[in-house]
Design a protein around this ligand. Structure first.
Ligand code: FES
Ligand code: FES
Length: 176
């Protein structure tokens, strides 16, 4: 077993120094060391998506990534979706996803939902009008044991529509 060493990690726009073994999964650094419990443990084998965070904006499985391999990449957790480091587009999509999740009563036990929401916001940030196939691809391997997947997909479609509407409302008036 390795000795603990100091690692600098950038999480939700803030730099932290943590002294842990390099093979400790990022998930445990987030939950146990940095006290960010919104990212959950499901399978521990990159199979369920419950532990999804963003690494430089890319949805990634924190349960299988050793802290020693995170490097300088920016980690964003569910707690950091409203951090001021994000673009206005991320803020817009985050609000749309949160509203759609509430309106659609998406969560059941809630356990998997942070992974679902991190996946949804990343999808709509990169693809404002996803097809059903795009949604299925993005959520492939993001599992819900309560069976909320149909509501997740409906909420993603609703959030895409409301984010597009809010973009129109916020658009500066045309000069012509
Ligand atoms: S806990 Fe990481 S993918 Fe299941
Ligand atoms: S809401 Fe219960 S596991 Fe997904």
């Amino acid at each position: 077993m390795s000795q603990p060493v100091a690692h600098t990690v950038l999480v939700n726009g803030e730099r932290h120094s943590v002294t842990v073994q390099p093979e400790m999964p990022l998930l445990w650094v987030l939950r146990e060391v940095l006290q960010l419990p919104g990212t959950r443990f499901g399978c521990g084998m990159a199979l369920c998506g419950t532990c999804t965070v963003w690494l430089d904006g890319v949805p990634s499985r924190a349960c299988v990534l050793p802290i020693g391999r995170v490097g300088t990449r920016h980690v964003v957790t569910i707690e950091g979706l409203h951090a001021p480091v994000h673009t206005p587009e991320v803020a817009r999509v985050t609000h749309a996803v949160e509203a759609a999740w509430t309106d659609g009563n998406v969560a059941q036990c809630g356990y998997c939902q942070s992974g679902q929401v991190m996946t949804a916001v990343a999808l709509l940030r990169d693809n404002p009008a996803p097809t059903d196939a795009d949604i299925d691809r993005a959520f492939d391997g993001v599992l819900c044991r309560c069976g909320t997947s149909p509501r997740v997909r409906a909420a993603v479609r609703a959030a895409a529509l409301s984010a597009a509407e809010s973009l129109k409302t916020d658009a500066p008036p045309s000069s012509t």
